[in-house]
Design a protein around this ligand. Structure first.
Ligand code: GAP
Length: 437
Protein backbone atom coordinates (compact mmCIF):
# COMPACT_ATOMS: atom_id res chain seq x y z
CA UNK A 1 0.00 0.00 0.00
CA UNK A 2 1.16 3.56 -0.78
CA UNK A 3 -0.90 6.71 -0.27
CA UNK A 4 -3.40 4.31 1.31
CA UNK A 5 -3.80 2.68 -2.10
CA UNK A 6 -2.78 -0.68 -3.47
CA UNK A 7 0.47 -0.45 -5.41
CA UNK A 8 0.20 -0.81 -9.16
CA UNK A 9 2.51 -3.86 -9.20
CA UNK A 10 -0.09 -5.70 -7.09
CA UNK A 11 -2.88 -4.51 -9.38
CA UNK A 12 -0.91 -5.68 -12.44
CA UNK A 13 -0.41 -9.08 -10.85
CA UNK A 14 -4.06 -9.55 -9.86
CA UNK A 15 -5.21 -8.32 -13.27
CA UNK A 16 -3.07 -10.88 -15.05
CA UNK A 17 -3.78 -13.77 -12.68
CA UNK A 18 -7.54 -13.35 -12.77
CA UNK A 19 -7.95 -12.23 -16.37
CA UNK A 20 -8.62 -8.50 -16.21
CA UNK A 21 -5.70 -7.13 -18.23
CA UNK A 22 -2.86 -8.72 -20.20
CA UNK A 23 0.14 -7.26 -21.93
CA UNK A 24 -0.67 -6.95 -25.62
CA UNK A 25 0.97 -9.60 -27.87
CA UNK A 26 2.73 -10.97 -24.80
CA UNK A 27 3.95 -14.17 -26.48
CA UNK A 28 6.21 -12.00 -28.65
CA UNK A 29 7.51 -10.01 -25.71
CA UNK A 30 4.68 -7.48 -25.82
CA UNK A 31 4.66 -3.96 -27.20
CA UNK A 32 5.23 -0.88 -25.08
CA UNK A 33 2.22 0.51 -23.25
CA UNK A 34 -0.45 -1.38 -25.19
CA UNK A 35 -2.84 -3.60 -23.23
CA UNK A 36 -5.48 -6.25 -23.83
CA UNK A 37 -8.53 -6.62 -21.63
CA UNK A 38 -9.27 -10.21 -20.66
CA UNK A 39 -12.63 -11.87 -19.84
CA UNK A 40 -13.13 -9.83 -16.65
CA UNK A 41 -11.53 -6.61 -17.87
CA UNK A 42 -13.81 -6.41 -20.88
CA UNK A 43 -16.86 -6.75 -18.60
CA UNK A 44 -15.56 -4.00 -16.31
CA UNK A 45 -14.96 -1.69 -19.25
CA UNK A 46 -18.37 -2.45 -20.78
CA UNK A 47 -19.99 -1.63 -17.43
CA UNK A 48 -18.10 1.68 -17.11
CA UNK A 49 -19.16 2.61 -20.65
CA UNK A 50 -22.78 1.62 -19.99
CA UNK A 51 -22.92 3.84 -16.91
CA UNK A 52 -21.38 6.77 -18.76
CA UNK A 53 -23.76 6.39 -21.70
CA UNK A 54 -26.73 6.11 -19.35
CA UNK A 55 -25.82 9.29 -17.47
CA UNK A 56 -24.88 11.25 -20.60
CA UNK A 57 -27.51 10.07 -23.09
CA UNK A 58 -30.37 7.98 -21.64
CA UNK A 59 -30.94 10.08 -18.52
CA UNK A 60 -31.08 13.34 -20.52
CA UNK A 61 -32.85 14.78 -23.51
CA UNK A 62 -30.25 17.37 -24.52
CA UNK A 63 -27.53 14.93 -25.67
CA UNK A 64 -27.24 12.83 -28.85
CA UNK A 65 -24.83 9.95 -29.40
CA UNK A 66 -22.28 9.50 -32.17
CA UNK A 67 -19.83 6.86 -33.35
CA UNK A 68 -17.41 8.57 -35.73
CA UNK A 69 -14.53 6.82 -37.50
CA UNK A 70 -11.00 6.65 -36.16
CA UNK A 71 -9.56 7.63 -39.55
CA UNK A 72 -10.35 11.16 -40.66
CA UNK A 73 -9.44 13.49 -43.47
CA UNK A 74 -6.01 14.87 -42.42
CA UNK A 75 -7.28 18.42 -42.86
CA UNK A 76 -9.15 17.80 -39.59
CA UNK A 77 -5.89 17.70 -37.65
CA UNK A 78 -4.52 20.81 -39.35
CA UNK A 79 -7.65 22.73 -38.38
CA UNK A 80 -7.73 21.37 -34.84
CA UNK A 81 -4.13 22.44 -34.26
CA UNK A 82 -2.92 18.90 -33.57
CA UNK A 83 -0.48 18.89 -36.51
CA UNK A 84 1.19 22.04 -35.20
CA UNK A 85 0.69 21.88 -31.45
CA UNK A 86 0.10 18.31 -30.26
CA UNK A 87 3.66 17.67 -29.25
CA UNK A 88 5.96 17.08 -26.34
CA UNK A 89 9.23 19.01 -26.14
CA UNK A 90 12.03 16.46 -25.68
CA UNK A 91 15.74 16.51 -24.92
CA UNK A 92 18.20 13.64 -25.33
CA UNK A 93 21.05 13.00 -22.95
CA UNK A 94 24.35 13.11 -24.85
CA UNK A 95 25.85 10.72 -22.28
CA UNK A 96 23.38 7.90 -21.53
CA UNK A 97 21.16 8.63 -24.60
CA UNK A 98 17.97 8.62 -22.55
CA UNK A 99 15.14 10.89 -23.68
CA UNK A 100 13.23 13.24 -21.38
CA UNK A 101 10.20 15.47 -21.54
CA UNK A 102 11.29 19.04 -20.82
CA UNK A 103 8.32 19.63 -18.51
CA UNK A 104 9.43 16.63 -16.41
CA UNK A 105 12.98 17.92 -15.90
CA UNK A 106 14.02 19.74 -12.74
CA UNK A 107 17.55 20.94 -13.67
CA UNK A 108 19.33 21.52 -16.99
CA UNK A 109 21.36 18.27 -16.89
CA UNK A 110 20.35 14.61 -17.30
CA UNK A 111 18.54 13.41 -14.15
CA UNK A 112 19.95 9.88 -14.68
CA UNK A 113 23.68 10.41 -15.30
CA UNK A 114 24.22 14.17 -15.04
CA UNK A 115 25.28 14.39 -18.72
CA UNK A 116 24.49 17.34 -21.00
CA UNK A 117 21.13 17.50 -22.75
CA UNK A 118 20.49 18.40 -26.40
CA UNK A 119 18.39 21.51 -27.12
CA UNK A 120 14.64 20.66 -26.88
CA UNK A 121 12.94 19.34 -30.01
CA UNK A 122 9.19 18.98 -30.64
CA UNK A 123 7.87 15.43 -31.07
CA UNK A 124 4.33 15.07 -32.42
CA UNK A 125 2.29 12.46 -30.55
CA UNK A 126 0.02 11.45 -33.43
CA UNK A 127 0.48 8.05 -35.06
CA UNK A 128 0.79 8.28 -38.82
CA UNK A 129 -0.44 5.70 -41.28
CA UNK A 130 -1.25 5.57 -44.98
CA UNK A 131 -4.49 5.45 -46.87
CA UNK A 132 -4.60 3.39 -50.06
CA UNK A 133 -2.80 0.29 -51.23
CA UNK A 134 -0.18 1.75 -53.56
CA UNK A 135 2.67 3.24 -51.52
CA UNK A 136 3.40 6.04 -54.02
CA UNK A 137 -0.16 7.26 -54.17
CA UNK A 138 -0.80 6.75 -50.52
CA UNK A 139 -2.04 9.67 -48.53
CA UNK A 140 -0.55 10.17 -45.11
CA UNK A 141 -3.24 10.16 -42.44
CA UNK A 142 -3.38 9.94 -38.64
CA UNK A 143 -4.97 7.69 -36.04
CA UNK A 144 -7.13 10.09 -34.05
CA UNK A 145 -5.52 11.33 -30.81
CA UNK A 146 -8.93 12.37 -29.40
CA UNK A 147 -12.51 11.42 -30.31
CA UNK A 148 -13.68 15.04 -30.02
CA UNK A 149 -12.88 16.06 -33.62
CA UNK A 150 -15.30 13.45 -34.98
CA UNK A 151 -18.01 15.39 -33.14
CA UNK A 152 -16.91 18.82 -34.38
CA UNK A 153 -16.78 17.77 -38.05
CA UNK A 154 -20.29 16.29 -37.69
CA UNK A 155 -21.71 19.35 -35.93
CA UNK A 156 -23.75 20.44 -38.96
CA UNK A 157 -24.99 16.89 -39.68
CA UNK A 158 -26.24 16.49 -36.14
CA UNK A 159 -27.89 19.92 -36.08
CA UNK A 160 -29.66 19.13 -39.36
CA UNK A 161 -30.75 15.61 -38.48
CA UNK A 162 -31.78 16.03 -34.84
CA UNK A 163 -34.09 18.49 -33.12
CA UNK A 164 -31.40 19.85 -30.87
CA UNK A 165 -30.36 23.47 -30.47
CA UNK A 166 -27.89 24.98 -28.01
CA UNK A 167 -27.52 24.13 -25.22
CA UNK A 168 -27.08 20.54 -26.38
CA UNK A 169 -24.35 17.95 -26.46
CA UNK A 170 -22.94 15.07 -28.49
CA UNK A 171 -21.52 12.07 -26.65
CA UNK A 172 -19.05 9.59 -28.04
CA UNK A 173 -17.04 6.63 -26.80
CA UNK A 174 -14.13 5.30 -28.81
CA UNK A 175 -10.48 4.49 -29.25
CA UNK A 176 -7.79 7.14 -29.41
CA UNK A 177 -4.08 6.75 -30.07
CA UNK A 178 -1.06 8.69 -28.85
CA UNK A 179 2.57 7.86 -29.38
CA UNK A 180 3.32 8.70 -25.75
CA UNK A 181 6.96 9.29 -24.86
CA UNK A 182 6.80 8.81 -21.12
CA UNK A 183 4.78 5.69 -20.47
CA UNK A 184 4.45 3.44 -17.46
CA UNK A 185 2.05 3.15 -14.54
CA UNK A 186 0.24 0.24 -16.20
CA UNK A 187 -2.76 1.31 -18.30
CA UNK A 188 -2.66 4.88 -16.95
CA UNK A 189 -0.66 6.12 -19.92
CA UNK A 190 -1.27 3.83 -22.86
CA UNK A 191 -0.58 4.35 -26.52
CA UNK A 192 -3.99 2.94 -27.50
CA UNK A 193 -6.84 3.80 -25.15
CA UNK A 194 -10.54 4.58 -25.03
CA UNK A 195 -12.11 7.94 -24.37
CA UNK A 196 -15.62 8.95 -23.35
CA UNK A 197 -16.16 12.51 -24.50
CA UNK A 198 -19.01 14.95 -24.49
CA UNK A 199 -18.94 18.14 -26.53
CA UNK A 200 -21.63 20.39 -25.09
CA UNK A 201 -22.54 23.32 -27.37
CA UNK A 202 -23.75 26.47 -25.64
CA UNK A 203 -24.54 30.10 -26.45
CA UNK A 204 -21.43 32.27 -25.90
CA UNK A 205 -21.85 34.04 -22.59
CA UNK A 206 -23.48 30.98 -21.01
CA UNK A 207 -20.27 28.97 -21.12
CA UNK A 208 -19.10 29.72 -17.55
CA UNK A 209 -22.41 28.56 -16.09
CA UNK A 210 -22.35 25.29 -18.07
CA UNK A 211 -18.69 24.79 -17.26
CA UNK A 212 -19.39 24.81 -13.51
CA UNK A 213 -22.39 22.53 -14.09
CA UNK A 214 -20.31 19.90 -15.90
CA UNK A 215 -17.42 19.95 -13.41
CA UNK A 216 -19.85 19.11 -10.62
CA UNK A 217 -21.85 16.56 -12.70
CA UNK A 218 -18.75 14.65 -13.61
CA UNK A 219 -17.32 14.59 -10.10
CA UNK A 220 -20.67 13.27 -8.85
CA UNK A 221 -20.66 10.53 -11.47
CA UNK A 222 -17.49 8.99 -10.02
CA UNK A 223 -18.82 9.40 -6.47
CA UNK A 224 -22.17 7.84 -7.39
CA UNK A 225 -20.36 4.76 -8.68
CA UNK A 226 -18.63 4.26 -5.37
CA UNK A 227 -15.26 6.01 -5.52
CA UNK A 228 -14.53 7.31 -2.02
CA UNK A 229 -14.61 11.08 -1.64
CA UNK A 230 -11.15 11.27 -0.09
CA UNK A 231 -9.64 9.69 -3.22
CA UNK A 232 -11.02 12.29 -5.65
CA UNK A 233 -10.18 15.93 -6.10
CA UNK A 234 -10.62 18.73 -8.60
CA UNK A 235 -7.59 20.68 -9.77
CA UNK A 236 -7.61 23.76 -11.97
CA UNK A 237 -5.00 24.01 -14.73
CA UNK A 238 -2.50 26.82 -14.46
CA UNK A 239 -2.35 29.06 -17.59
CA UNK A 240 0.85 27.42 -18.88
CA UNK A 241 -0.70 23.93 -18.61
CA UNK A 242 -3.75 24.69 -20.75
CA UNK A 243 -4.09 22.85 -24.07
CA UNK A 244 -3.88 25.07 -27.15
CA UNK A 245 -7.69 25.08 -27.53
CA UNK A 246 -8.70 25.67 -23.90
CA UNK A 247 -9.64 28.84 -22.08
CA UNK A 248 -10.06 27.00 -18.79
CA UNK A 249 -9.69 23.41 -17.60
CA UNK A 250 -10.25 21.45 -14.41
CA UNK A 251 -8.97 17.92 -13.94
CA UNK A 252 -10.72 15.31 -11.87
CA UNK A 253 -7.85 13.53 -10.15
CA UNK A 254 -7.75 10.20 -8.36
CA UNK A 255 -5.25 9.33 -5.63
CA UNK A 256 -3.32 6.41 -7.09
CA UNK A 257 -0.31 4.92 -5.28
CA UNK A 258 1.88 7.07 -7.57
CA UNK A 259 0.06 10.21 -6.38
CA UNK A 260 -2.82 12.39 -7.57
CA UNK A 261 -3.34 11.80 -11.30
CA UNK A 262 -5.84 12.97 -13.91
CA UNK A 263 -8.70 10.65 -14.82
CA UNK A 264 -10.84 13.23 -16.61
CA UNK A 265 -10.53 16.82 -17.80
CA UNK A 266 -13.34 19.34 -18.19
CA UNK A 267 -12.36 22.11 -20.60
CA UNK A 268 -13.91 25.25 -21.95
CA UNK A 269 -12.88 24.93 -25.63
CA UNK A 270 -14.68 28.17 -26.54
CA UNK A 271 -15.54 28.35 -30.28
CA UNK A 272 -11.94 27.40 -31.15
CA UNK A 273 -12.60 24.11 -32.96
CA UNK A 274 -15.76 25.00 -34.88
CA UNK A 275 -14.21 28.31 -35.98
CA UNK A 276 -11.03 26.60 -37.23
CA UNK A 277 -13.04 23.93 -39.09
CA UNK A 278 -15.25 26.63 -40.59
CA UNK A 279 -12.17 28.52 -41.80
CA UNK A 280 -10.44 25.49 -43.34
CA UNK A 281 -13.50 23.72 -44.78
CA UNK A 282 -15.29 26.84 -45.99
CA UNK A 283 -18.54 25.68 -44.29
CA UNK A 284 -20.31 28.10 -42.02
CA UNK A 285 -20.77 25.83 -38.95
CA UNK A 286 -22.98 28.43 -37.33
CA UNK A 287 -26.16 27.81 -35.44
CA UNK A 288 -28.91 30.04 -36.79
CA UNK A 289 -31.14 31.24 -33.98
CA UNK A 290 -34.54 31.91 -35.57
CA UNK A 291 -35.77 33.80 -32.48
CA UNK A 292 -33.09 36.49 -32.73
CA UNK A 293 -32.61 36.13 -36.48
CA UNK A 294 -28.86 35.77 -35.93
CA UNK A 295 -26.29 33.07 -36.43
CA UNK A 296 -23.40 32.30 -34.11
CA UNK A 297 -20.72 29.70 -33.51
CA UNK A 298 -21.46 28.01 -30.19
CA UNK A 299 -18.96 27.67 -27.37
CA UNK A 300 -18.07 24.16 -26.26
CA UNK A 301 -17.75 22.68 -22.79
CA UNK A 302 -15.98 19.33 -22.94
CA UNK A 303 -15.93 16.70 -20.20
CA UNK A 304 -13.34 14.25 -21.52
CA UNK A 305 -12.62 11.05 -19.61
CA UNK A 306 -10.52 7.97 -20.25
CA UNK A 307 -12.22 4.61 -19.84
CA UNK A 308 -8.96 2.84 -19.06
CA UNK A 309 -8.10 5.38 -16.36
CA UNK A 310 -11.63 5.31 -14.93
CA UNK A 311 -11.59 1.48 -14.86
CA UNK A 312 -8.18 1.56 -13.14
CA UNK A 313 -9.42 4.06 -10.55
CA UNK A 314 -12.58 2.01 -9.88
CA UNK A 315 -10.39 -1.09 -9.48
CA UNK A 316 -7.86 0.55 -7.14
CA UNK A 317 -10.56 2.19 -5.05
CA UNK A 318 -12.45 -1.10 -4.72
CA UNK A 319 -9.37 -3.05 -3.61
CA UNK A 320 -9.69 -4.09 0.06
CA UNK A 321 -7.88 -6.48 2.36
CA UNK A 322 -8.84 -7.71 5.82
CA UNK A 323 -8.02 -10.52 8.18
CA UNK A 324 -10.75 -13.07 8.72
CA UNK A 325 -10.08 -15.89 11.19
CA UNK A 326 -6.32 -15.29 10.91
CA UNK A 327 -6.39 -15.39 7.13
CA UNK A 328 -5.93 -12.49 4.75
CA UNK A 329 -8.95 -11.84 2.58
CA UNK A 330 -8.64 -9.69 -0.56
CA UNK A 331 -11.81 -8.46 -2.21
CA UNK A 332 -12.86 -5.89 -4.78
CA UNK A 333 -15.74 -3.90 -3.40
CA UNK A 334 -17.07 -2.79 -6.80
CA UNK A 335 -20.39 -1.03 -7.07
CA UNK A 336 -22.80 -3.77 -8.25
CA UNK A 337 -23.26 -1.96 -11.57
CA UNK A 338 -19.55 -2.22 -12.33
CA UNK A 339 -18.80 -5.73 -11.06
CA UNK A 340 -17.73 -7.90 -14.03
CA UNK A 341 -19.54 -10.99 -12.74
CA UNK A 342 -22.73 -10.39 -10.79
CA UNK A 343 -23.43 -13.86 -9.43
CA UNK A 344 -21.41 -17.07 -9.01
CA UNK A 345 -23.26 -20.36 -8.55
CA UNK A 346 -21.27 -22.78 -6.43
CA UNK A 347 -22.24 -26.39 -5.63
CA UNK A 348 -21.15 -27.41 -2.13
CA UNK A 349 -20.44 -30.97 -3.23
CA UNK A 350 -19.29 -31.37 -6.80
CA UNK A 351 -19.37 -35.16 -6.47
CA UNK A 352 -23.13 -35.12 -5.89
CA UNK A 353 -24.76 -35.25 -9.33
CA UNK A 354 -28.11 -34.00 -8.02
CA UNK A 355 -26.53 -30.92 -6.46
CA UNK A 356 -24.56 -30.20 -9.63
CA UNK A 357 -27.69 -30.58 -11.76
CA UNK A 358 -29.66 -28.26 -9.49
CA UNK A 359 -26.84 -25.69 -9.44
CA UNK A 360 -26.61 -25.67 -13.23
CA UNK A 361 -30.39 -25.18 -13.44
CA UNK A 362 -30.12 -22.22 -11.01
CA UNK A 363 -27.39 -20.73 -13.24
CA UNK A 364 -29.43 -21.19 -16.41
CA UNK A 365 -32.52 -19.60 -14.84
CA UNK A 366 -30.58 -16.60 -13.57
CA UNK A 367 -28.39 -15.70 -16.54
CA UNK A 368 -29.41 -13.60 -19.52
CA UNK A 369 -29.40 -10.02 -18.25
CA UNK A 370 -26.01 -10.05 -16.57
CA UNK A 371 -22.94 -12.26 -16.22
CA UNK A 372 -23.53 -15.39 -14.11
CA UNK A 373 -20.87 -18.10 -13.72
CA UNK A 374 -20.81 -21.63 -12.38
CA UNK A 375 -17.69 -22.92 -10.62
CA UNK A 376 -17.06 -26.29 -8.97
CA UNK A 377 -13.31 -26.53 -9.37
CA UNK A 378 -12.28 -26.14 -5.72
CA UNK A 379 -13.50 -26.30 -2.15
CA UNK A 380 -16.18 -23.79 -1.17
CA UNK A 381 -13.69 -21.69 0.85
CA UNK A 382 -11.41 -21.30 -2.14
CA UNK A 383 -14.32 -20.63 -4.46
CA UNK A 384 -15.50 -17.79 -2.21
CA UNK A 385 -11.99 -16.32 -2.08
CA UNK A 386 -11.70 -16.46 -5.85
CA UNK A 387 -15.00 -14.61 -6.33
CA UNK A 388 -14.11 -12.06 -3.62
CA UNK A 389 -10.86 -11.30 -5.41
CA UNK A 390 -12.64 -10.50 -8.68
CA UNK A 391 -15.40 -8.52 -6.99
CA UNK A 392 -18.44 -10.78 -7.54
CA UNK A 393 -21.13 -9.29 -5.25
CA UNK A 394 -23.13 -12.51 -4.70
CA UNK A 395 -22.27 -16.17 -4.41
CA UNK A 396 -25.13 -18.67 -4.45
CA UNK A 397 -24.38 -22.03 -2.85
CA UNK A 398 -26.40 -25.13 -3.59
CA UNK A 399 -26.11 -27.81 -0.89
CA UNK A 400 -27.73 -31.10 0.14
CA UNK A 401 -30.58 -29.31 1.92
CA UNK A 402 -31.38 -27.43 -1.30
CA UNK A 403 -32.55 -30.76 -2.77
CA UNK A 404 -35.27 -31.11 -0.14
CA UNK A 405 -36.13 -27.54 0.95
CA UNK A 406 -35.69 -25.83 -2.46
CA UNK A 407 -33.51 -23.13 -0.88
CA UNK A 408 -29.98 -21.84 -1.54
CA UNK A 409 -27.52 -19.75 0.43
CA UNK A 410 -26.76 -16.26 -0.92
CA UNK A 411 -23.49 -14.78 0.39
CA UNK A 412 -22.76 -11.07 0.26
CA UNK A 413 -19.17 -10.27 -0.82
CA UNK A 414 -18.56 -7.29 1.47
CA UNK A 415 -20.28 -8.41 4.68
CA UNK A 416 -19.94 -12.17 4.08
CA UNK A 417 -23.47 -12.36 5.53
CA UNK A 418 -25.44 -15.36 4.30
CA UNK A 419 -29.18 -15.48 3.55
CA UNK A 420 -31.19 -18.60 2.90
CA UNK A 421 -33.45 -17.91 -0.07
CA UNK A 422 -36.15 -19.88 -1.85
CA UNK A 423 -34.94 -20.77 -5.35
CA UNK A 424 -38.27 -19.54 -6.75
CA UNK A 425 -37.53 -16.09 -5.21
CA UNK A 426 -33.84 -16.00 -6.14
CA UNK A 427 -34.08 -14.00 -9.36
CA UNK A 428 -36.17 -11.26 -7.75
CA UNK A 429 -33.94 -11.21 -4.66
CA UNK A 430 -30.74 -10.87 -6.70
CA UNK A 431 -32.15 -8.42 -9.24
CA UNK A 432 -33.38 -6.12 -6.47
CA UNK A 433 -29.98 -6.21 -4.80
CA UNK A 434 -28.08 -5.56 -8.00
CA UNK A 435 -30.01 -2.35 -8.82
CA UNK A 436 -28.81 -2.49 -12.41
CA UNK A 437 -29.67 0.18 -14.89
N1 GAP B 1 -10.48 15.94 -26.11
C1 GAP B 1 -9.72 16.36 -24.97
C2 GAP B 1 -8.67 15.43 -24.59
O1 GAP B 1 -8.38 14.47 -25.27
P1 GAP B 1 -6.92 14.93 -22.70
O2 GAP B 1 -6.80 15.53 -21.32
O3 GAP B 1 -5.71 14.88 -23.55
O4 GAP B 1 -8.10 15.76 -23.40
C3 GAP B 1 -8.75 13.26 -21.93
O5 GAP B 1 -7.52 13.46 -22.57
C4 GAP B 1 -8.70 11.99 -21.11
O6 GAP B 1 -8.28 10.89 -21.92
C5 GAP B 1 -7.73 12.02 -19.95
O7 GAP B 1 -8.30 12.62 -18.80
C6 GAP B 1 -7.44 10.56 -19.73
O8 GAP B 1 -8.44 9.96 -18.91
C7 GAP B 1 -7.55 9.98 -21.14
N2 GAP B 1 -6.20 9.82 -21.70
C8 GAP B 1 -5.46 10.73 -22.34
N3 GAP B 1 -4.27 10.22 -22.72
C9 GAP B 1 -4.26 8.94 -22.29
C10 GAP B 1 -3.32 7.86 -22.36
N4 GAP B 1 -2.16 8.01 -22.98
N5 GAP B 1 -3.65 6.67 -21.80
C11 GAP B 1 -4.84 6.50 -21.17
N6 GAP B 1 -5.77 7.48 -21.09
C12 GAP B 1 -5.50 8.68 -21.63
Amino acid sequence: MKNGQVELKDVVSLCKRRGFIFQDSEIYGGIGSVWDYGPLGVELKINVKKQWWKSMVYDRSDVEGLDAAILMNPETWKASGHVGSFQDMLSDCMGCKKRFRIDHLKGKDCPECGGSLTPPKGFNLMFKTRLGSVEDDAQEIYLRPETAQGIFVNFENILNSSRQKPPFGVAQIGKSFRNEITTGNFTFRSREFEQMELEFFVTPGEDEKWYDYWVSERLNWYLSLGIRKENLRIREHAKEELAHYAKKCHDIEFLFAMGWSEIEGIANRTDYDLKKHAELSGKSLQYFDSASGEGYIPYVIEPSGGIDRAALAFFVDAYRTETVRDRKRTYLSFDNRLAPIKVAILPLLRTNAEIVEKALKVRDDLRGDYRVVYDDTASIGRLYRRQDEIGTPYCVTVDVDSLSDGKVTVRDRDTMKQDRIDIAQLKTFITEKLVLC
